[in-house]
Ligand binder design. Structure first.
Ligand SMILES: O=C(O)[C@@H](CO)OP(=O)(O)O
Length: 207
């Protein structure tokens, strides 16, 4: 039995392009972001991938990416569950601020810690640990059981909400997770063993 789980970060958003902290704000995709999402769908199609169900967040950039991937696969209208549990990490008071301005104000190191550390939240926002605390229970309850009974699952979400999942799947630690970056529109194709550990992982990177 194939236990297929594909994770895809949304395509470039308007605030990614402007280098703004986004979190729970809800900007749309740029034209490049739309193309990134379609290209991700085409790369999955070239691998012969089809899905039985999809999951995404309550934010439009992820939902649109999910729909564009499915459209490229000829699977528009596939059952898709949206849930805030898969939302990007909340950047709190940093939301809407320019990342370079933030570095100038608080320093490179502090901004890197807020962006990539495990347990240090940005002011008024969520740490990755806080994000794991909502992504993981939802995944264990709603997504993993489907994968384990052979449903082919797509999860179209966000850089940090997917880092929460990749941390667990790849066995990363609080020391190694800061080094993990997920790129826009690059699907991670996981096949799991019957004990839920990872059998294979393919990164369908841009050519
Ligand atoms: O601003 C955000 O919400 C995230 C993802 O775009 O940014 P970062 O990669 O800096 O965590």
């Amino acid at each position: 039995m194939e236990r297929l789980l594909v994770l895809a970060r949304h395509g470039q958003s308007e605030w990614n392009l402007k280098n703004l902290f986004t979190g729970w704000k809800d900007p749309g995709l740029t034209e490049l972001g739309v193309e990134e999402a379609r290209a991700a769908g085409r790369r999955l199609k070239a691998k012969g991938v089809q899905f039985d169900v999809a999951f995404t967040s309550d934010l439009g950039r992820a939902q649109r990416t999910c729909a564009l991937i499915l459209e490229e696969l000829g699977q528009s209208g596939l059952t898709t569950h949206s849930d805030a549990a898969l939302n990007e990490r909340d950047y709190g008071d940093l939301s809407g601020l320019n990342k370079d301005d933030a570095r100038a104000k608080w320093g490179e190191e502090q901004v890197h810690v807020w962006r990539r550390s495990y347990d240090v939240p940005p002011p008024g926002g969520e740490s990755l640990k806080d994000t794991v605390a909502r992504v993981l229970p939802y995944t264990m309850r709603e997504i993993l059981p489907r994968v384990m009974r052979g449903e082919r699952v797509l999860v179209a979400a966000h850089g940090n909400s997917l880092r929460a999942l990749v941390m667990v799947l790849d066995g990363l630690t609080t020391e190694t997770i800061p080094g993990l970056e997920l790129h826009t529109g690059v699907p991670l194709v996981y096949r799991l063993k019957d004990d839920t550990t990872v059998e294979t992982k393919d990164v369908l990177d841009r050519d």
